[in-house]
Design a protein around this ligand. Sequence first.
Ligand code: EPU
Length: 421
Amino acid sequence: MEKIVVRGGAPLSGSVTVSGMKNAALPILYACVLVGSKCTIENVPDVRDVRMSLDILAEMGAEINRIADETYEIDCTNFNPGISCSEKVKKLRASYYLMGAELGRFGKAKVAFPGGCNFGTRPIDQHIKGFETLGATVTTDCEFITMTTESGTVADDVYFDTITVGGTINIILAAVMAKGNTIIENAAREPHIVDLANFLNSCGARISGAGTDVIKIRGVKSLHGSTYAIIPDMIEAGTYMAAAAATGGCVRIENVIPKHLEAITGKLEDVNVIVEELDDAVIVTGKGLITSTRIKTRPYPGFPTDMHPQMSALLTIAHGTSIITEGVYETRFRYTEELRKMGADIEVKGHTAVISGVDKLHGAKVQAVDLRAGVAMVIAGLVAEGETKIYDIHLIERGYDDIVGKLRALGANIEKVVEEE
Ligand code: EPU
């Protein structure tokens, strides 16, 4: 069993380079199925969800070559749109992009229900509504979503009742080669939606408005391969920003798009942290005393839900009482129990965590209950007195490229250890 062991107390210092964005890389990899010829994708993060997705694509006939550390050639010419039901498909959230990509290219798909982190129920009704609007007949049973069309998708207007990142991506994938013009209203505006649209446009798609809540897609007959570099991961950047602030350190975070970090930067400045924005870097300096704040997570450009647990970890040592309200998921508070084991004073009331700052945390044995929860334990461990052992770290590795190596280079006392069962 692998665990991360952190000994807290060292302020982080130095510079760290952010990897490509997981949540942009994943849809772009599945979009290669739609493109159907050789694409070269650069700045691909080396994280577990990406590796599992590459395995799924390879199992289904994609030819994949890693031509440099972060660069892959992906050729889906001979992709076989059979039944996607491997254990990997069932474990991953992003495997549901097979639905949009296969429907868009082959006019049909049969994909097992996706997995992913446990934040309560995570319905896909809006994806299904969108696919049906584009002419698909969709049936579901307890295991599969099955979609068929007579001869491919047909463009139409899709309105989402709730803002959904995955739904917006799936409908873009299904509509790029539909006959006619599709308009998606109440679309998600996350930077990774823009990245997907830019990639597909580089392959000959005609998508406009990505990054706003109305996306227009003119159907094209075919796509061609291209070379494309994934944008930097704003959540990985935000995680190092929170870690620098919590330890009272000074860290230069390289390879970022500061605009994407505005909500995170704003909140850190609110709690007495200095953030200096450069062209493609930010320098975060913790001044020691963290003050309290209120946060409500929202879809982009609001404060990202994927930074919720990391900010909680930071606020456990703030002066005063902070409130974090989860505005995206039904629940995302399982991490609070783990932080309590380290001496944090957190109470969950409905969709809100009330965090009364304590002078210090102490080391403990804790679980990574999901990806961002796990990394919140790392941040807590970096500031705690004594040793923190974090278990189930495969969940952290789903989305963080070499987190232990990157933190060690910043002076953290952290290591990955294999423990005898
Ligand atoms: N929702 C519905 N119906 C739908 C789709 C979504 O009710 O058909 C609800 C969800 O239950 C949720 C909300 O809408 O309450 C937002 O869900 P969304 O579809 O936006 O999330 P997702 O596509 O499942 C992606 C990321 C998550 C990130 C969310 C929100 C990937 C692979 N996953 O999930 O990333 O939290 O968007 O930004 O891109 C992570 O990286 O740690 C992570 C969980």
